[in-house]
Structure formats: structure tokens, C-alpha cells
Design a protein around this ligand. Structure first.
Ligand code: SF4
Ligand code: FE
Length: 482
């Protein structure tokens, strides 16, 4: 395992072809727009060094027997899955944002089991290749970005039927020693803070889509990869001089990027699927299952911060004793704990795959994520209700620092006498950050679309429930013979 400082130093060696706000960025580590997202992943290293969290944050590698960061672990049993959810809640509480490192962990667990079953069917050696790759990741304690989502173009057409053949990532050239790939992965969480990228197909495929059924891993700064940094609400506040209060969360954040693979070479030993279209669906389903489980942890953790901030905003305004306020806080907690419960439930009901690692219960993981597409919105609505309109009408930090304006702001934006106006502003800006500012990408809209939009879960729920069994149960009780 490496330290937070070693992680940050290792990123300095990366050579990304990266664009932020239209400009090429050579030093991503010290870029004020990017840095908060780097700090969030750095927290996954820092917290792992803290003895009191060792049980959650570390594990024993099933590949090498060494002590590793749990973010690189192949889950061995339901208990490991439960610990994963608890770890994500903890990190959500510590960062109040998306800490990005889960995507690679979820991808690894899906690719590990799918390659085993692909090899069984085709006599390929993808599983051994993946074990070699993942041992390298565990030994170096690297961050891996799991990359699944293609742009998809015309949604009514399959990958190979698109007018533009590049709208799903594909193999454009085959060589003796590997393949060349072209295409794009979008919404890629944490790419600029990652050492490697692990690519998977984005949908189940038919035989005609052979060139699109490709899974592989390459260094995140490989020749031919270009990154365009995603715009976030309020992102340029980070560029304002001495920005502090107005950021809401000064230290932490998340990020997404467009990852363009412009004819990138992948050596044979880093290919984990190439043309086995009938296994693309398995890889997609398993990755989605793990990532839907993840949200039962991370969103509950960020929810804890939001609920805490809301309770403070209410206290600072002297309104905490009103019965409707108490009830709304209870409702926020009820919704937040329901998300966590779902995360724990799909973990506890997990089962081992043929490859030996443990897979979440797919039905319950999809129920978990379906709730995540709704409850954070209600929690957000209640937070905005209780925080009051001041959250979005408050003057800027620059106004507050202007000697002429400060006494006016101090006097008229004060709530209870015992709390400073500055502290009141800080807590309202934090609520703004999570509900509609930079962190809203990770808490609010990502709750809707991250790990798949709501309809994707509904399709999986319909596939996973056994309707015939339910009908039979009803027939048994109603004494219907056929
Ligand atoms: Fe991890 Fe949550 Fe961010 Fe996904 S949204 S990468 S599960 S913190
Ligand atoms: Fe996500």
C-alpha cells in the first residue's frame, strides 16, 4: 500500500493529453479546478493508513496474500461486500463528494468473473491475463478508472448498425501483438486521477457487433488518449482569488471526462474480451450490479453530510424546535438509511461466482439503485426547504470581504446571536454545493444516471424477479389446479 503523498507524486508522472475549459492542461495535480477531485481519491489512501479504519479500508489479497487497499480487492464473500458498502459510506462522510475510486474496483470484480466464464466456453486465456494485470494494480496500489459508457448515437440502432461506426468503441485494426481501438467513453469518473483505465463494452451484443465486444486495460495516459474535462455547476468559483466560503466544500470534489481513444494500441496481454459477443451482456450486468450496490454506500455517506448541514442551518436560524422541521429531518434520515439498507441487503445476499469472487444479489442491487434515482432528490428537496431561500440569494464572499458591505451583511444575515454570520454562510454554501453546485454532479444528477438510468434498473428488475413462481404461489393458496 502507498501513502497519500506517494499517490499524489505518482500522478505527477502521468502525461495526460487533457483539456479543461478549452485549454490544454499539463499540470493536472495543481490545477485548482481539478485538485478537489484529486483530494477525494487521496482520501482513500489517507483513511486506509488510519488504524481505526483498517478493517474496512484494507483486505488480504486473494491473489497474493498481501495486505491491500480494499479499493483494489476482489470480494471473497458477502462480508467483503458489506465492508465495501460501509467503506463507501465512510468516504462519502469524509469527503462530501464522489471519491471516484469505486468504478475501477467494480469493473475489476466484473471482469474477473466474466473472463473466467468466457475462458470456460472458448478456451481463451483472458482470466490469467486479467489476474496478471490486477496483481500489478494491487502491488502498486493504483487507481483504475472503469470505463463503460459509449456515446451510443442513435439509440434505436445496435453498435454495428450506426451510421458513424465510431459511436461505440471498437477494434479498427488487428495485429499479431495486439489490437488498435477507436471510439469514446463518456461520463468517465476520475479519469484524470487514475493510473490505468479498464474498458468494458456498454451493452449486450449480437454476433454482428464482434468488433465492439472488446475489454482491455491500458495506462490512462497512453498514446492516443485525449481527455476533455466535464463542466460542473459553479466550477469557475474555484478560480476566484482566495475562494473559500463560496466553494461550500473547499477541499473535495469529483469529476467526469470524455475519454477519446484515437487509435490506441492495446497489447495482447491486456485484452480481456475480443469478439465474444455472448459474454458482453454478462460483463455489463455484473459491473452495473456492483456499481448499483456502491451507490447504497457513497450516496448515504454524502447524504449524512447533507442532513448534518441542514440540521445546522436550521439551528443557526433558531428553527430546530418546530415540529415540522423535526419531522422533515426524520424523513431525510429515513430515506438515507433506506438507501444504505439496500446496499447492505444486496451485499449480504451475495453469492460466489464460478471464478471464486463474490457477486452482489443483482435484483436487490437494482432495487438499491432504483431508490437512489429518487430518494436523494427528496432529501435535496427537504434540505432546500429547511435551508431557506438565502442559500441561493446570498451575496458573494467578495461582498462579505468588502469593508463597507461586511457590517451590513453581518447584521442582517445573522440568525441566532450565538452563531456568526460567516458560519451561517458556510453551512448554506455547503448545502448549495451538494444540491446544485459542483458536488451535485456526484450527489444529485449522478443519482439519476450514474450506474445506469432508472429504466435500466427496471429492465433488470423485470428480468430478475420470478413471476411464474409468484403466480404459482397464488394458485396454491387459491386452490387453482392449472
Ligand atoms: Fe464511487 Fe459513488 Fe463516485 Fe460512483 S458516485 S465513483 S460509487 S463515490
Ligand atoms: Fe458513478
Amino acid at each position: 500500500m502507498i501513502s497519500k503523498e506517494q499517490y499524489i507524486e505518482s500522478l505527477r508522472k502521468m502525461n495526460f493529453d487533457l483539456y479543461v475549459l478549452g485549454e490544454k492542461v499539463d499540470n493536472a495535480v495543481d490545477n485548482p479546478i481539478i485538485r478537489p477531485s484529486l483530494n477525494s481519491i487521496a482520501a482513500t489512501y489517507e483513511v486506509a493508513e488510519d488504524e481505526q479504519y483498517a478493517d474496512l479500508m484494507t483486505a488480504t489479497s486473494s491473489l497474493t496474500g498481501k495486505k491491500i487497499n480494499r479499493f483494489t480487492h476482489l470480494h471473497q464473500n458477502p462480508e467483503d461486500l458489506v465492508k465495501k458498502v460501509k467503506m463507501l459510506r465512510l468516504l462519502g462522510q469524509k469527503t462530501g463528494s464522489c471519491f471516484q475510486r469505486c468504478v475501477g474496483m467494480d469493473a475489476a470484480n466484473a471482469v474477473f468473473s466474466t473472463t473466467f466464464e468466457t475462458d470456460e466456453a472458448y478456451g481463451t486465456d483472458y482470466h490469467q491475463r486479467f489476474i496478471k494485470f490486477w496483481t500489478y494494480i494491487q502491488d502498486n496500489d493504483f487507481v483504475v478508472d472503469g470505463a463503460m459508457t459509449d456515446p451510443k448515437g442513435d439509440r434505436s440502432k445496435s453498435p454495428s448498425a450506426q451510421e458513424d461506426p465510431d459511436l461505440y468503441l471498437r477494434v479498427v485494426e488487428r495485429r499479431e501483438d495486439g489490437v488498435v481501438v477507436r471510439g469514446c467513453k463518456i461520463h468517465q469518473t476520475g479519469m484524470v486521477n487514475s493510473h490505468e483505465v479498464l474498458v468494458m463494452p456498454t451493452v449486450a451484443m449480437r454476433p454482428a457487433d464482434k468488433d465492439y465486444a472488446i475489454s482491455f486495460a491500458v495506462p490512462a495516459d497512453s498514446e492516443g488518449i485525449l481527455l476533455i474535462y466535464g463542466r460542473q455547476s459553479c466550477d469557475t468559483r474555484k478560480l476566484e482569488k482566495d475562494a473559500d466560503i463560496d466553494l461550500g466544500n473547499q477541499e473535495f470534489g469529483g469529476h467526469e471526462t470524455i475519454v477519446y481513444f484515437n487509435d490506441v494500441f492495446v497489447p495482447n496481454e491486456r485484452i480481456f474480451m475480443d469478439g465474444e459477443t455472448d459474454f458482453a451482456g454478462m460483463m455489463v450486468e455484473r459491473f452495473a450490479g456492483y456499481h448499483r450496490q456502491s451507490y447504497g454506500g457513497c450516496k448515504a455517506g454524502v447524504g449524512d453530510v447533507l442532513i448534518g448541514a441542514t440540521a445546522l442551518a436550521v439551528e443557526y436560524a433558531g428553527a430546530e424546535k418546530a415540529s415540522h422541521v423535526k419531522d422533515k429531518i426524520i424523513e431525510m434520515n429515513h430515506l438515507n438509511e433506506t438507501l444504505y439498507s439496500c446496499g447492505l441487503a444486496c451485499s449480504g445476499a451475495g453469492k460466489n461466482t464460478k471464478a471464486g469472487n463474490c457477486l452482489v444479489d443483482l435484483l436487490l442491487a437494482n432495487v438499491c439503485k432504483q431508490n437512489v434515482t429518487r430518494f436523494p432528490y427528496e432529501i435535496t428537496r427537504l434540505a432546500e426547504d429547511l435551508a431557506g431561500g438565502l442559500m441561493v440569494t446570498m451575496p458573494s464572499e467578495q461582498d462579505y470581504n468588502n469593508p463597507k458591505l461586511r457590517p451590513i451583511i453581518e447584521k442582517y444575515l445573522k440568525g441566532v446571536a450565538s452563531v456568526s454570520t460567516e458560519d451561517r454562510m458556510r453551512i448554506l454554501r455547503l448545502i448549495e454545493n451538494i444540491t446544485l453546485g459542483a458536488a451535485a454532479v456526484g450527489y444529485r444528477t449522478e443519482s439519476m444516471h450514474g450506474a445506469g438510468s432508472p429504466q435500466a434498473q427496471r429492465i433488470m428488475i423485470s428480468r430478475q424477479v420470478n413471476m411464474n413462481e409468484k403466480k404459482q404461489l397464488a394458485k396454491n393458496i387459491a386452490h387453482i389446479k392449472n
